[in-house]
Design a protein around this ligand. Structure first.
Ligand code: 26W
Length: 822
């Protein structure tokens, strides 16, 4: 066996320089005179990648050698962001590269800015997947992510005339140093066709089709911080060259010859930009299946190399379903085990359910994936048959358990008896898994009382658990907030807190240290100045870094209530206009910052963006108001933008209607960077409050258990907006922010549409909470105390904690650090 001690990599600056120069000249054909920063980035990144590749190989070879059980995190989304800086920090080579780049006339910060985000995700769910593979790598868990390599990631958002306009995200236009193509790892994936029954076996079929696509692997290394372990995200891309029709080409039909290529390519061309809405498109279903089939074939290919019987698959592989999007993995594994491997139904079902576990991330009804039976039957006839059988056997079991309860059977059936019938993917995922979890305590409770209520009764309490989300301290503290991180390092004595966040507790000992407190605040101030600069370059708006920074950044969605936020801004503007200049002087100056994308087909969300920009235009150009109030919509929110925005917050808003935000993860990021939350009693806000203490968080609004009654009331009664909310409506309707007609539908949703998200209910307490924030902010000392205390008590929200819980309670895997590596 290999001596794993050789995985130590060179820190020698001259050696690094050689490798960078080698890539500049040999990979990119640059002469010393023709180096631009784009190529300086590429050459540096390729030299880092060489180092990662060594470790990647050693890690995987080692895990194979010891026969480690692996977890496979299946997700249609990985919102990775940039990798270069992250890799430099993980390898401990940041200073060395800074020196090398400095020697050839470049500044590392500028070079870092050359990298484009890998934006293969929409929002929370995709970013969570990226944090989780980071934590697996850092904690030495043998685990891989599996996903799709979209040619176009999350669209780029431009703001034109106040409206969102989408532009394609051509992130692969220049070479991507952070992927390794694996042409040798390619699997065929079938669609359509027909079934031939096996005369000798009840459950076995032959599925014949000549519509076959090839899925090819690309590996994205995930550098572990402070360990030689390197994780992996394997992304599938549709390969097209095998679909070239030579016969058509030879007969002169050039277009027809490549027709297959075009059709195939489309499957991994573009990320669906929906967050929390299921649009039921056939192309999406085909994407999901391509993903699931390639992944299951790959996992089984790896397993077969161990020569162990298939019954032992659950001892070597755990598969986590990141929401329902990868649920076709369940019938796909069943198909392979029964049709290809010849196992009986019962053997296959036992293996499958012991392998899969499922995480639910949302309870919004419009987000629930359902596929029409006729569509599934046409595209995946074999899987439709397997799903029918899974459902049949499940219902038979339930019928035995609860004889004669027809209503129960109807409620829990995987097939919904609508017209047409639909497959309920959440039920399929639940039945096919041994564990089901929500992503924050309140959310896990809610799913047990709502969508999975009957399943808890049938399958037992123990199957339904909670795994509160977390975020990576590497990216969301150490990388994005260097000054605060240096301070923490000083207190802890070294940087080990980055992999063991419980150590930040030691900050509490520094509460009385005046000098420390000043430096803590100076770090925040510097981050605010950095954001002010970013706002100026992205929007042209000049804001004062001495104002209170009040930030709401996330996908634009009615349940997240950006509308309530902008209504409160309008009300504030109204109040300021009523004041004398002397009175205004006394106010806490505030910059209200928004960012976030609306799904391209989500009209209401897009109108909210327009309203925010219209308000910003009026307020920001009002000379009477000046710096007392500024409103900013930062375009094109992304992981990289978040890394600038989040460390700069004084207050951040997480104000979903109680019970609607499953967890939230940016709430954690803001607090980990010394910001204070203004939020509802929802998602992970609740647990954050429990950890840091209620004095450190501003809660408002109705509670989750009250929502149903309010909604019921508002279905039959007109809402009664308080005078503050009414004032905001009036100002809009008086055309203060342009044509009122544009925004009337937003008001109508409240006044005539039943106010589903309870803006009228929560508005008074929201305004009160804002007042409390302002009062607290005036007391600077108290504010700094809150900030330090919060960070000190946030250890729970490291994704390392989440991953450890999954590893121990769901996956049954153990850390396997590569040996002899210090
Ligand atoms: C099929 C369309 C679709 C696409 C994405 C439906 C649902 C989704 C995601 C599940 C939406 C999502 O990102 N949910 C968020 O997941 C985060 C990670 O667990 C949570 O922190 C957020 O509260 C939740 O909204």
């Amino acid at each position: 066996f290999r001596d794993y001690s050789h995985s130590e990599i060179s820190r020698d600056v001259a050696t690094i320089k050689n490798s960078v120069v080698m890539h500049l000249t040999a990979t990119f054909l640059r002469t010393p005179a023709s180096i631009d920063s784009a190529h300086a980035y590429l050459a540096s990144a390729f030299s880092v990648r060489d180092r990662l590749l060594q470790r990647w190989n050693l890690t995987n070879e080692y895990h194979d050698k010891i026969g480690a059980k692996r977890v496979y995190y299946m997700s249609l989304e990985f919102l990775i962001g940039r990798t270069f800086d992250n890799a430099l920090l993980a390898l401990g080579l940041r200073q060395e590269y800074s020196k090398v780049l400095g020697d050839v006339g470049f500044c590392l910060e500028d070079i870092i800015d050359e990298e484009r985000d890998a934006a293969l995700g929409n929002g929370g769910l995709g970013r969570l997947a990226a944090c989780y593979v980071d934590s697996m790598a850092c904690s030495n868990y043998p685990g891989w992510g599996y996903g799709l390599r979209y040619k176009y990631g999350m669209f780029q958002q431009q703001i034109l005339n106040g409206y969102q306009v989408e532009a394609p995200d051509c992130w692969l236009d220049s070479p991507n140093p952070w992927e390794f193509p694996r042409p040798d790892v390619t699997y065929p994936v079938k669609f359509y066709g027909h079934l031939v029954r096996d005369p000798h076996s009840e459950h076995r079929f032959k599925w014949e089709s000549n519509v076959v696509y090839d899925a090819m692997a690309f590996d994205v290394p995930v550098p572990g911080y402070g360990t030689t372990n390197v994780g992996n995200i394997r992304l599938w891309s549709c390969k097209t060259n095998t679909l070239f029709d030579l016969n058509k080409f030879n007969s002169g039909d050039y277009q027809g010859a490549t027709g297959g290529q075009v059709a195939a390519q489309i499957l991994t061309d573009v990320l669906y930009p929906n967050d929390n809405t299921n649009d039921g498109k056939e192309l999406r279903l085909r994407q999901e299946y391509l993903f699931c089939s390639a992944t299951m074939q790959d996992i089984l290919a790896r397993f077969r190399k161990t020569n162990r019987p298939l019954s032992e698959l659950p001892d070597l592989a755990a598969i986590q379903l990141n929401d329902t999007h990868p649920t076709l993995g369940v019938p796909e594994l069943m198909r392979i085990l029964i049709d290809d491997e010849g196992l009986s139904w019962d053997e296959a079902w036992d293996i499958t359910t012991r392998t899969f576990a499922f995480t639910n991330h949302t309870i919004l009804p419009e987000a629930m994936e359902k596929w029409p039976v006729p569509m599934l039957d046409k595209i995946l006839p074999r899987h439709m048959g397997i799903i029918y059988d899974i459902n049949l056997f499940f219902l038979q079991k339930v019928e035995k358990q609860f004889p004669g309860d027809r209503e129960l059977l109807n409620k829990i059936s995987i097939i919904e008896e609508s017209n047409p019938q639909q497959v309920r993917m959440a039920f399929l995922a639940c039945v096919g898994s041994h564990k089901v979890n929500g992503v924050a305590a309140i959310h896990s409770d809610i799913i047990k009382q709502t969508i999975f209520k009957d399943f808890v009764r049938i399958q037992g309490e123990d199957k339904f658990i909670n795994k509160t989300n977390g975020v990576s301290p590497r990216r969301w503290m150490n990388e994005c907030n260097p000054d605060m991180s240096d301070l923490i390092t000083e207190v802890v004595g070294d940087r080990s807190w980055v992999n063991d966040l419980t150590k930040v507790k030691q900050l509490e000992g520094k509460l009385e240290d005046v000098n420390f407190r000043e430096r803590w605040w100076a770090a925040k101030q510097k981050n605010k100045e950095r954001l002010a600069e970013y706002i100026l370059t992205t929007t042209g708006i000049k804001v004062s870094a001495h104002a209170l920074f009040d930030i709401q950044v996330k996908r634009i969605h009615e349940y997240k209530r950006q509308l309530m936020n902008i209504f409160s801004v309008i009300y504030r503007y109204h109040l300021l206009k009523q004041m004398s200049p002397e009175q205004r002087e006394q106010e806490v100056p505030r910059v209200v910052i928004f960012a976030g994308k609306a799904a391209s087909g989500y009209w209401v969300a897009k109108q909210v963006i327009k309203l925010i920009n219209s308000v910003a235009e009026v307020v920001n150009s009002d000379e009477e108001i000046g710096d007392v109030l500024k409103v900013v919509f930062i375009p094109d929110y992304s992981v990289t933008a978040a890394e600038v925005i989040i460390p700069a917050s004084d207050i951040s808003q997480h104000i979903s209607t109680a019970g609607t935000e499953a967890s939230g993860t940016s709430n954690m990021k803001f607090v980990l960077n010394g910001g204070i939350i203004l939020g509802t009693v929802d998602g992970a806000n609740i647990e954050i409050g429990e950890e840091i203490g209620e004095e450190q968080i501003f809660f408002f609004g109705c509670l989750a258990h009250e929502v149903e009654d309010f909604r019921h009331y508002l279905r039959f009664n007109q809402p009664k907006p308080d005078s503050a909310l009414q004032t905001a409506f009036d100002m809009i309707q008086r055309n203060t922010f342009g044509d009122a007609q544009l925004f009337q539908p937003l008001i109508d949703a409240i006044m005539r549409g039943g106010d589903v998200y309870l803006l009228s209910v929560d508005f008074p307490s929201y305004i009160e909470a804002h007042k409390a924030v302002e009062e607290a902010y005036r007391n600077h000392d108290e504010w700094v105390t809150k900030s330090i205390l919060s960070v000190a008590r946030m250890a729970k929200f490291s994704s390392d904690r989440s991953i450890q819980e999954y590893a121990e309670e769901v996956w049954n895997i153990e850390p396997q650090p590569v040996l002899n590596c210090g």
